[in-house]
Design a protein around this ligand. Structure first.
Ligand code: PNW
Length: 492
């Protein structure tokens, strides 16, 4: 009511169109806690943080996290205050299927997500549900995890259980969050399972995740879509890349191919299969290395057809832009790198004028977002783009997080420019994150929350930051400037 006087005028420049949806996101392992509540099974993240505590910056873990396993009603209250249209959260596979397989469905696990979904709908908030945000059941990892070709069937079996449980109430599904993180970082001695098999395990994983996605998509299409008319896709992490100097232009195109298109081309292109330039590159390099076949596993014609077109929208997570140059001979290119930097022998960097954040991989450059959105349109045509994550990390001490407000305002402006000037079709935007949470390798040291969470208090108290108030105004009015100038001066 307070903001109704500043509702967007359709013709004004800084307004998103009427049907555009705003939401915010979290992920199961990052917020739930309750890691061994009831009959929940162990996930690869439980195993990873307990067996290798030194791998996490502050030696913390997600055993309790935001305690959303118990405090989900509080989370719904925060969402209400934010005026959001939807809430994107993920389901913990081992919480619902303790063995990883559908031989046993946990009653408590199933009830937890059912209650959350009903609570959201009761408050007019649409659930957007991710099936896999990195917490694989450990028993499946013990069988080879994403490098085992059978896992695409296991994933489809899990998807069927979830569609059966919630398909009548959930209309937007995200099969996978960021295959590049799952496969490239997970197989480069960083994210769980913390194995080191870049360029081999990572490519097997890429293929099997794409197949798992496609099988879960086709299952929904055939058996659930006729009844429920929902939409299914996946969300890919996409940095934008700029050549450091003009000489790096060609190399930058290859970086885009390995990092963006490896996960998009098989699904969203007209032809399907691997991006041709990348397929040639890795085949040739493998041959030079004396490999009997390409390290990038081929698809059969049948697999190409299965995967091609397995989408109802294009999900995209974006945070940052990196510069690209060829690594000097013997140059240490570091760990926690992915996107094929080792494969291509490149170094990723940033221009000195781009502000840094609390995440090592992340500097602020809003125009990169518009360039990325235009690239996606140019590559994959007029598919509806659903932005599933975007947000800023800081040290989290300050409730007055003006830099985060500025980040949201400036990145949203680039989305508007892409829509208005470049004709890119964007259908929704998701702020990462609803609240501070377990930020993977950084533990609780970097914070992405619209809400501060006090991890020292047993009740995990949530407090709105300035950015929460700004975003609530944006979600309400669809105007990125409606409350911006006012807020900048206002006391919290
Ligand atoms: C995404 N990188 O992860 C995830 O989807 C979220 O769970 C996470 O909290 C958020 O972004 C912020 O990190 C990423 O190294 C992890 O470039 C690593 C990278 C990017 C995104």
């Amino acid at each position: 009511l307070v903001y109704s006087a500043v509702l967007c005028v359709a013709a004004a420049e800084r307004c998103f169109p009427d049907g555009f949806k705003f939401g915010t996101a979290t992920a199961s392992y990052q917020i739930e806690g309750g890691w061994n509540a009831s009959d929940k099974g162990e996930s690869i993240w439980d195993r990873f943080v307990h067996s290798r505590p030194e791998a996490i910056g502050d030696r913390s873990n997600g055993d309790v996290a935001c305690d959303s396993y118990h405090k989900w009603r509080d989370d719904i209250q925060l969402l209400e205050d934010l005026n959001v249209d939807f809430y994107r959260f993920s389901i913990s596979w081992p919480r619902v299927l303790p063995t990883g397989f559908p031989n046993r469905v946990s009653e408590d696990g199933a009830r937890y997500y059912g209650d959350l979904i009903d609570g959201l709908l009761g408050n007019g908030i649409e659930p957007v549900v991710t099936l896999y945000h990195w917490d694989l059941p450990q028993p499946l990892q013990d069988l080879g995890g994403w490098t085992n070709p059978l896992i695409s069937e296991w994933f489809a079996d899990y998807a069927r259980v979830i569609y059966d449980l919630y398909g009548d109430r959930v209309n937007t599904w995200v099969t996978f969050n960021e295959p590049t993180a799952i496969c490239d970082i997970g197989y480069n001695d960083a994210l769980a399972p913390g194995l080191e098999s870049e360029g081999r395990g990572s490519y097997l994983c890429t293929k099997h995740v794409l197949l798992a996605h496609a099988k879960a998509y086709r299952l929904y299409e055939k058996e659930f879509k006729p009844k429920y008319q929902g939409q299914v896709s996946l969300t890919n992490h996409m940095m934008w890349f700029e050549p450091e100097t003009e000489a790096d232009t060609e190399l930058t195109e290859l970086v885009k191919a390995i990092s963006i298109d490896r996960y998009c081309y098989p699904i969203f292109s007209a032809t399907g299969g691997w991006p041709p330039a990348l397929e040639r590159y890795i085949a040739q390099k493998s041959a030079e290395e004396g490999e009997p076949r390409s390290r990038l596993p081929p698809f059969t014609q049948e697999e190409i057809q299965l995967i091609r077109g397995s989408y109802d929208y294009l999900g995209l997570n974006h945070y940052t832009t990196r510069t690209v140059r060829r690594a000097a001979a013997g140059e240490e290119i570091g760990t926690y790198l992915f996107e094929g930097v080792k494969e291509l022998g490149v170094t990723l960097g940033a221009r000195p004028e781009w502000p840094t954040t609390m995440s090592t991989w992340f500097t602020v450059y809003p125009p990169g977002f518009r360039a990325l959105l235009s690239y996606v349109k140019q590559q994959y045509g007029d598919v509806g783009i659903f932005i599933m994550e975007n947000g800023l990390s800081d040290s989290g001490t300050d409730l007055d997080d003006q830099p985060r407000v500025d980040y949201y305002r400036d990145y949203l402006e680039q989305v508007l420019l892409a829509m208005e000037e470049d004709g890119v079709q964007v259908v929704g935007y998701t702020a990462w994150s609803l609240m501070d949470n377990f930020e993977w390798m950084d533990g609780y040291q970097s914070r992405f929350g619209l809400h501060h969470v006090d991890f020292t208090s047993p009740s995990r108290t949530r407090t709105a930051r300035r950015s929460a108030k700004y975003y609530a105004a944006v979600a309400r009015t669809k105007d990125i400037d409606a409350k911006y100038e006012f807020d900048k001066m206002a006391e919290l």
